[in-house]
Design a protein around this ligand. Structure first.
Ligand code: ADP
Length: 489
């Protein structure tokens, strides 16, 4: 008899039936041995290269260019040149290019999804069902706005900012590219985008989409490289806008760098979201939301529900259900269609997660991981939950960016609000309760840019996303997302 059965819990107990492997074929992806930079509609060689690898088995995938300061200047110059005519195109013409990109992304979605999972480590079912449809939807959505800016901002004469320098992270490589490029182009800007060093391949494939859509040369430029390439882009004289998504530390450095310069800035940084569960909620539904909130994309999600705040009266029951649900998660090959939790994106990230989890144990929290066999090669971390967590613990304060949940309790709604807001971040939150009025009461008091009610990690291009406090400023998505790429006369 298992522990659960002994406790008289009658819900089905996970069996050890295994799934047959269901690998997605990688044949659809045609990788080049070596990639240059996509600048002015052409592929340019760089002096230095680095190898990009597959987190699932550490195998090399391709050589990618490390853009130098001169390479970045070159890309900015190409974008400035293209801005002259792109910004003067009739808005309906700009929209046509965006619609084309959206359609091509939808048509080539399997190729992109496989490449995203190969290079980033996320489960294919997530790249296929979340990243790709949402990326295409962003281009469709902002294509619709391109010729309606005058209506969005009546009597304010919206104008583009010029060249947007855009720096994105590795957790949603193509989706973050779409969040950045779609509104920028819709508003008449041109872009130089730098993908993260561990996940450059879908951005480079996107360059091919631009070629296919006949986007005029220089409107979209992709420069690859590490943080130094990003820093060159931020320092560049020729840009009018910086849009950054990544760590709070780098976001602060960028803000310092831009102080005193007339450059528009938006920052989307870290998070430590509270997922707040009241005793009157639909408990099984909440368990699904908690699992989705923290184990989706291995927890490599800035808005992940990494702090579970549960009403004390249901703590034991909820934790029991949660552990049982965790034991059904399938961890393994990102390219297997049954995989729920894929590979950790990089060795550096795995080390960071491991260090923080060790700190959780050292500080006295209680760790649980369901038994699961992790592949030998590649980088993996089992889904983890910590109970007995105090607010002062590092695992309750610091962003782990991995599949690690910290459980805290509360008794009253006021206490829930106070604990949820007890963080330097303010990106997102979730509330689980049967009472709609309580959701509204809580949402009013939570310092979080996005508040989900009885759901979590829901995204829509029409809905603005962004943070308070050290989670950054500015909004992406929706009509609000246009403002980041416009100036008003
Ligand atoms: P993470 O810690 O999650 O990798 P980072 O903030 O380091 O997040 O990285 C996000 C993006 O910012 C990446 O594309 C990275 O190359 C870039 N980056 C890192 N350091 C700098 C910097 N000093 N200036 C500009 N971009 C940077």
């Amino acid at each position: 008899m298992t522990d659960l059965q002994k406790r008289g819990d009658r819900s089905p107990v996970p069996t050890d039936w295994t799934y047959a492997p269901a690998p997605e074929s990688t044949d659809i992806v045609r990788l080049q041995e070596r990639y240059g930079l996509y600048v002015g509609g052409e592929w340019l060689e760089t002096k230095d290269q680095f190898t990009t690898i597959a987190p699932r088995d550490e195998s090399p995938l391709a050589e990618v260019g490390q853009a130098s300061e001169a390479d970045v200047q070159n890309a900015v110059a190409a974008a400035r040149e293209a801005f002259k005519s792109w910004s003067k195109l009739p808005a309906t013409e700009r929209a046509k290019y965006l619609f084309r990109i959206a359609r091509i992304l939808a048509e080539r979605s399997r190729e992109f999804a496989v490449l995203e999972s190969l290079n980033g480590g996320k489960p294919i079912k997530e790249s296929r069902d979340v990243d790709l449809p949402l990326a295409a939807a962003h281009f469709f959505y902002y294509a619709g706005w391109a010729d309606k800016l005058e209506y969005a901002y009546p009597n304010r004469s919206p104008k583009p900012l010029g060249v947007a320098g855009q720096i994105i992270p590795w957790n949603f490589p193509l989706l973050m590219l779409a969040w950045k490029i779609a509104p920028a182009l819709a508003c008449g800007n041109t872009v130089v985008l730098k993908p993260a060093e561990t996940t450059p391949l879908t951005a480079l494939l996107f360059a091919d989409v631009c070629r296919q859509a006949e986007v005029p040369p220089g409107v979209v430029n992709i420069v690859t490289g590490d943080g130094s390439t990003g820093a060159h882009l931020v320092r560049s004289e020729g840009i009018g806008k910086v849009a950054f998504t990544g760590s709070t530390e780098v976001g602060k450095a960028i803000q310092r760098e831009l102080a005193g310069r007339d450059i528009s800035l938006t920052l989307e940084l870290g998070g430590k979201a509270a997922n707040i569960v009241f005793e009157d909620c639909a408990l099984d539904q909440a368990v699904e939301g908690i699992v989705n909130g923290i184990y989706f994309n291995q927890g490599h999600v800035c808005c992940a529900g990494s702090r579970l705040l549960v009403q004390e009266s249901i703590h034991d029951q909820l934790v029991r259900k949660l552990k049982r649900r965790m034991s059904t998660l399938r961890v393994g090959d990102p390219l297997d269609k049954n995989t729920d939790v894929g590979a950790i994106n990089s060795k550096a990230q795995l080390d960071r997660i491991t260090e923080l989890v060790q700190a959780g144990t050292d500080e006295g929290a209680e760790l649980y991981q369901p038994p699961c066999r992790l592949p030998e090669k590649g980088w993996w971390f089992a889904p983890t939950v910590f109970t007995n967590v105090a607010q002062s613990h590092r695992i309750a304060q610091e962003e782990i960016f991995g599949p690690v949940l910290s459980v805290l309790t509360f008794r009253t709604p006021d206490e829930a609000v106070e604990k949820a807001n007890n963080t330097m971040y303010g990106l997102s939150a979730g509330i689980w309760t049967e009472k709609g009025s309580r959701i509204l009461w809580m949402a009013d008091r939570l310092r979080a840019g996005v508040v989900w009610g009885n759901t979590f990690n829901r995204f829509d291009p029409a809905s603005p996303f962004g943070g308070y406090k050290e989670s950054g400023f500015g909004r992406e998505g929706g009509r609000h997302g246009l403002e980041a790429y416009l100036r008003f006369e």
